[in-house]
Design a protein around this ligand. Structure first.
Ligand code: MLC
Ligand code: AMP
Length: 505
């Protein structure tokens, strides 16, 4: 017996005094020191009475300690459930309740509010702050640096990541050890990561991209990371010459290109730039190559599946495409109504199957059945086509989703809040182009007959319940929403009408 995820991502580095994390203040954490910290945390979690399979909900700032907490959960067989630091209490309450978390780990600043939520369902609370202080590390530091790794098998759950749905309710995507491990090992090979790699890591580690792609690839390859708390242009420019590779959302690339200090010389030591989580404009791809000589490698993935496709490392990285299905990933394009596979070149629903595909939504068998076919194909909700050379193009979304700076926003969640406001008959929330975030949120409100809702009051009210990145950038009053003959709101018409709202036409 063993623990595949822990053994192959973490355990393989036991005793190595080689650098793992380079911190912006000049400190370095070696693999050995990192694993000691993880073992101490695993001992602390076990001492709290947690058992394999228990969920640990974590809403903390990015730090080496948070990463060690992820390792500790893997080692102790606990299910790691990281949460966006922007979420407000109303949003967190749902995740904590729905997951049945046994432990909530949060910033000291949120301890009082979250303790009420956690205790209501017998969950314990520990604190961990961005500087590593808090009760979790206080306890951990008194613990042994050895922890007897808990046995696990491939199909055991390793993590839950919540992803919203078109109904507005979030679903916990259950990711197994094999899902995470198989994808990480595939990506290491496809992208040629080695022990020599130094990844410039500025993504959050509460989502797939920063945790299961960037971090797991570095762990599986034995490389190291320049581990930044967030994306800060000055840090990026200062530290890029020491890195070999970077992974980012398209906003990273447009922000770099928008800064006059970003010059090709800074990228001489780099071997690979990867983009994903949202569409990279072909124009950004071209500008980046013109300035640096590097062709960004774009790939496509999602919470439920980790990575599905990637442009080739060798061979043509084609702008505006997401490349080829990864080894072991089957991809087909189907008719949205019949589910039949479409002839090559036609646009339809992208479906994927492979060891990367999750095992379902936590305690939501109907939603799982609606999206994960019995034969193992997952219906991604993305519309695409495969061109004659085999490159996959994502041409749109069959799901009502906005992606702002790489964060997903489900309009339904915001519409439900807007519809509840005084004087509002109905609402429609759409994504429109935005120069920095790719897309941004616009809320359209139809008043009740004879009423004039106060948009400032409404904005303040919805902001209270929603993470900052979900806030509508603007609310607009309209007499009526455009509808088709079936009575369905025509969001395409609204998106067309307001497409130049935040960008020059
Ligand atoms: C921050 N803000 C955002 C935002 N990020 N608003 C909309 N969309 C976002 N993504 C808010 C801030 O709270 C702030 O509010 C204001 O916008 C401006 O902030 P900023 O300082 O300019 O933003 P910054 O903190 O620099 O963050 C921008 C960012 C960040 C792009 C660096 O959002 C980011 O790291 N995004 C990556 C998301 C990611 O990892 N996605 C992967 C999901 S996994 P105020 O009130 O202060 O003005 C996935 C699968 C896959 O999708 O395929 O990878
Ligand atoms: P998430 O649910 O946060 O994992 O977001 C996954 C979604 O992001 C996918 O279903 C796509 O719609 C989108 N996405 C990820 N990578 C890309 C990409 N390279 N191009 C276009 N869309 C992408």
């Amino acid at each position: 017996m063993g623990n595949p995820l822990y053994d192959r991502l973490f355990g393989i580095h036991a005793g190595k005094e080689t650098p793992f994390l380079y911190l912006p203040d000049g400190h370095t954490i070696t693999h050995a020191a990192f694993l000691n910290m993880a073992a101490q945390i695993a001992n602390a979690l076990t001492a709290l009475g947690l058992n394999p399979g228990d969920r640990v909900a974590v809403q903390v700032e990015k730090s080496p300690q948070m990463l060690a907490l992820y390792a500790a959960c893997a080692q102790a067989g606990l299910i790691f459930l990281p949460l966006n630091t922007a979420y407000k209490t109303a949003e967190l309450t749902y995740f904590i309740e729905n997951s049945g978390a046994s432990l909530v780990i949060c910033d000291t600043a949120n301890e009082t509010e979250l303790t009420l939520v956690a205790h209501a369902q017998n969950a314990k609370v520990e604190t961990l702050n961005g500087d590593g202080s808090g009760s979790l590390m206080r306890n951990a530091q008194t613990m042994p640096t050895h922890f007897e790794t808990v046995n696990r098998v491939d199909d055991d759950l390793a993590a839950f990541l919540y992803t919203s749905g078109t109904t507005g309710r979030s679903k916990g995507a259950m990711l197994t050890q094999a899902n995470l491990l198989s994808n990480a090992e595939t990506l290491v090979r496809e992208w040629r990561f080695t022990r020599q790699d130094v990844l410039l890591h500025a993504l959050p580690i509460f989502h797939t991209h920063g945790l299961f792609v960037a971090t797991n690839v570095i762990l599986a390859s034995g490389g190291s990371m320049i581990f930044l708390p967030n994306f800060d242009l000055d840090d990026m420019l200062r530290l890029m010459p020491q890195a070999t590779s970077m992974m980012g959302v398209p906003t990273f690339y447009t922000r770099l290109l928008g800064d006059a200090h970003f010059i090709g010389d800074l990228t001489r030591h780099m071997r690979l730039f990867i983009s994903g989580s949202a569409p990279l404009l072909a124009e950004t791809h071209e500008q980046f190559e013109a300035l640096t000589g590097h062709r960004i490698l774009e790939r496509y993935g999602m919470t439920e599946t980790n990575m599905n496709t990637s442009n080739p490392y060798d061979g043509e990285r084609r702008a505006g495409t997401v490349g080829f299905p990864l080894p072991d990933v089957e991809l087909k394009v189907t008719d949205q109504d019949s589910g039949e596979t479409l002839p090559q070149g036609e646009i339809g629903m992208i479906e994927v199957r492979g060891p990367n595909v999750f095992s379902g939504y936590w305690q939501m068998p109907e939603k799982t059945a609606a999206e994960l076919r019995e034969d193992g194909f997952f219906i991604t909700g993305d519309l695409g086509r495969v061109d004659k050379d085999g490159y996959v193009h994502i041409v749109g979304r069959g799901k009502d989703l906005i992606i702002s700076g790489g964060f997903n926003i489900y309009p339904k969640e915001i519409e439900l809040l807007l519809d509840d406001q005084p004087g509002v008959l109905e609402s429609a929330v759409i994504g429109v182009p935005h120069p920095d975030f790719g897309e941004t949120v616009l809320g359209i409100i139809v008043p009740l007959p004879g009423q004039t809702p106060d948009l400032d009051t409404i904005m303040a009210s919805v902001q209270n319940d929603l993470a900052r990145f979900k806030h509508p950038r603007e609310l607009i009053l309209m007499d009526a929403l455009p509808r088709n003959t079936m009575g369905k709101v025509q969001k395409n018409a609204l998106r067309e009408q307001f497409r130049d709202r935040f960008v020059k036409g």
